[in-house]
Design a protein around this ligand. Structure first.
Ligand code: HEM
Ligand code: HEM
Length: 178
């Protein structure tokens, strides 16, 4: 397969690094409920949920740049319009969630009068403490986070269906390193 038939190097690597961080953030927040209340494990899991989420926010910038400047290799054999339009839509919803979800999370936590920092660095306070605002942002974050979770599951299953069911090059375009 020719090099041009795949996503670019940075595009592929950023896709998988961000996917790992998003899946990590989701797994940590979903599993933290099983750790005993008040335990160090429970708060560590939430701490790393936030750090993974903030890393997604930082990596969103190069990700968007490579997406807007790089090409989108063709899927062979091509999809029908009713398959490719929803797929494109979900991809742009992912971009919205990759930037929106960590921002809402950070503002929620800061409005709740906490500042998690970013991988050991202190972060500016973007919003004044405000319990009501924190609660509202929390509701948005939980709903959007669950939408994110289900879209990731559907997206991954469809990617596997392309590979093993439809037997096209969709997944190969995103994985080969050369
Ligand atoms: C890709 C980024 C992120 C994703 C996918 C994500 C996802 C989620 C999800 C699904 C929940 C709800 C879990 C449940 O059902 O109870 C949640 C809760 C939470 N997230 Fe995030 N999150 C992200 C980033 C962040 C960031 C950057 C912060 C803070 C700096 C944060 C702080 C929190 C907190 C404090 C909760 C608990 C909220 C509550 O129980 O009311 N998240 N997150
Ligand atoms: C976990 C978070 C994930 C996010 C946020 C995500 C996001 C995206 C986005 C936005 C695209 C569109 C191409 C682009 O602009 O980069 C894409 C493409 C793709 N993703 Fe994911 N992805 C995730 C996980 C996965 C997983 C787990 C798989 C495989 C099992 C996967 C397989 C693919 C494939 C094959 C494509 C190419 C589809 C196409 O070009 O039509 N992704 N992903």
């Amino acid at each position: 397969m020719k090099k041009t038939s795949r996503y670019g190097f940075w595009h592929r690597n950023l896709h998988w690094v961000i996917a790992t961080l998003v899946i990590g953030a989701l797994a940590l927040v979903e599993l933290h409920d099983y750790a005993p209340r008040g335990s160090a494990l429970r708060s560590d899991m939430m701490y790393w949920h936030m750090q993974f989420g903030l890393a997604v926010l930082i990596l969103f910038v190069p990700r968007l740049i490579v997406r807007l400047t790089g090409g989108r290799p063709a899927i062979v054999p091509p999809l029908a319009w009713w398959q490719s339009i929803p797929a494109r839509l979900v991809h742009w919803v992912f971009y919205l969630l990759m930037i929106g979800q960590p921002i809402v999370g950070l503002l929620m936590v800061q409005a709740g009068n906490h500042n998690p920092g970013f991988w050991g660095l202190s972060l500016p306070q973007f919003v004044a403490p405000d319990k009501a605002l924190s609660k509202q942002l929390g509701n948005i974050h939980v709903i959007a986070g669950n939408v994110f979770l289900w879209l990731v599951i559907i997206h991954a299953l469809i990617a596997l269906w392309h590979h093993w069911g439809r037997k096209d090059n969709t997944l190969r375009r995103m994985i080969y390193s050369k």
